[in-house]
Ligand binder design. Sequence first.
Ligand SMILES: C[S@@+](CC[C@H](N)C(=O)[O-])C[C@H]1O[C@@H](n2cnc3c(N)ncnc32)[C@H](O)[C@@H]1O
Length: 251
Amino acid sequence: MSVVSASVVSKICIIATPEALEKAQVWADFFKCPVNPANSADFFFHFHVEDGRVYVRDQEKRLLEIDFDKNHLDYERKGHRGKNELIAKALGVAKGYRKVLDLSVGLAVDSVFLTQLGFEVMGVERSPVLYALLKEAFARTEKDYLKSYQLYFADSLQFLKENKGKLAVDAIYFDPMYPHKKKSALPKQEMVVFRDLVGHDEDASEVLKEALTWPVQRVVVKRPMHAEELLPGVRHSYEGKVVRYDTYVVG
Ligand SMILES: C[S@@+](CC[C@H](N)C(=O)[O-])C[C@H]1O[C@@H](n2cnc3c(N)ncnc32)[C@H](O)[C@@H]1O
């Protein structure tokens, strides 16, 4: 577990309704944190487990919830341009590349969009709280195309080292946090909780270095439009208004 993850779970407790106590205990064992403690007000994050719903609130009552069947975070993108979407082009849709490993699932907005676009996606997330929210969201969704999503709880650097050559993947996708990013697609309260949970991803260039050793066709890094390249060697940038997709061609 990364330093960020370790410090976050020491600040979390679970708040569960009586009918959800069994599920709450599973996550309590995962986080190694208490359920409904008497001193719950002392904990910075409350991970709420209710019948049919999980979500996080911070001490200011700001909410973070992942629910793929609500469109709160733009999970159902209507009117998208299919193969002409920049992200699809960057990942090599025209060359028939379909299997993608997402090294930074986060709220899975990109992963879900890629799945919607017809990619087969598997993803890695290292934040235990994000992982728990994602796991629950994938288990509950009614969208059939998300049912087979494979989600891993791991640090991508470690994951890449341990799984090189073992997974059939055409392309790798990476969207680390960008420290100076002022604008975000997320609503403000979600952004605050999200940032507090995941930190800054200062090891991003190490992860990219390792990804570039994988036997894949492409590695794609999402960057804010005017940010520097995460590593030199970008073959092509697919530029949008706010973000761009830097493509590295491996081998
Ligand atoms: C900017 S967010 C990604 C947002 C995501 N693309 C989406 O559409 O919701 C970065 C996420 O990647 C995760 N992350 C960053 N570096 C990672 C690593 N080395 N291993 C696993 N997860 C990582 C962070 O915990 C955070 O949740």
